[in-house]
Design a protein around this ligand. Sequence first.
Ligand SMILES: *Cc1c(COP(=O)(O)O)cnc(C)c1O
Length: 368
Amino acid sequence: MQVPFSFLAEQFRDPSPVLESIRELVKKGDFTLGKALERFEATFASYCGASHAVGVGSGTDALFLSLVAAGVRPGDEVITSANTFVATAGAIVQAGARPVFVDVDDDLNIDPSSIENAITQRTTALIPVHWAGRPADLAKVALIARKHGLILIEDACQALGGKIEGQSVGTFGIAGAFSLHPIKPLHVWGDGGVIVTQSSELAQKLRLLRNHGLDGRDVVRCFAYNSRMDSLQAVVGNCLFESLETTIHRRIDRALRYYEALGRDALADKVQFPAERKTDRNVFHLFQLRVKNRDLLLRHLHENGIEAKVHYPIPLHLQPAASYLGYRKGDFPRAEELSEGSITLPCHQYLSDEQLEYVAEQIFRFYL
Ligand SMILES: *Cc1c(COP(=O)(O)O)cnc(C)c1O
């Protein structure tokens, strides 16, 4: 049996509804900052319970432009999780700031109890990441941000639809950044990103920053960037919004079945699940576990047609790009342990019961 990691081929088996909407757009020639994008932004904001949503070129730009608009300046330090995709750190560096990492907790998200140790005179912002679709402990993180007067920006790129006590991720700080990359919960046919905010002032700044600083056609308020979300991608996003909640429910269902299948006593010392908070809604962007003999298990799964992955084999603070930051092996033991001992299983809306049982069976076979 083959168990692919990606769901894209299945999802777009019949692309005609999306193509039909694109045909309409092309007829009108409404390619930049047009009606389709306005509609997409309105839907996105309302889905998150935010006052504003601003479409930009990518999730990375959503983070970068949020940092700039919120007032992070060259030389500042910005604290984030040691367990994240490179883009979080890349956006901080693009803004001229220095990324400062903090180790993770049992939920694989930033450990709130380690944040204060990382704060210095230069710290101006804090970017918790809702890793794998599991909400970070924003109740604690937001308190720390408030106490120290730090700008709070959420990296919610993997977590659209995630909630903390009913409140959407991305709405706890001044801004929340989302990615529309093809593997993310809601995605387009290429790149795109969204920033949500409750602040009209910030939304206005972001709209200037993404479009050359232009206020109307003729007035330039500030020299800025070109990072507009394409109308064509907004058309795709508008189509996919219709199935977003169904997709999320299905992914949660798949993840819960994995828990059932792998949560048996026989595997207790071999497979460890990340901690969950019952009051949160995890959207399971990635189904990541800590496992014994990871490399051998990974090979076993690959040999049996299961496309499991590792997120990521080299922790960010030990990447060549981070060498100037001076981190050493051992600085973030838990993030390092994830690199050495975690595995990500295929878990998506098209994963069948048979495929899921087969993955579980192969894991049992490996260990028992
Ligand atoms: C995907 C991702 C990003 C960046 O998104 P792009 O749209 O690919 O630029 C940022 N942070 C995290 C945690 C991500 O997973």
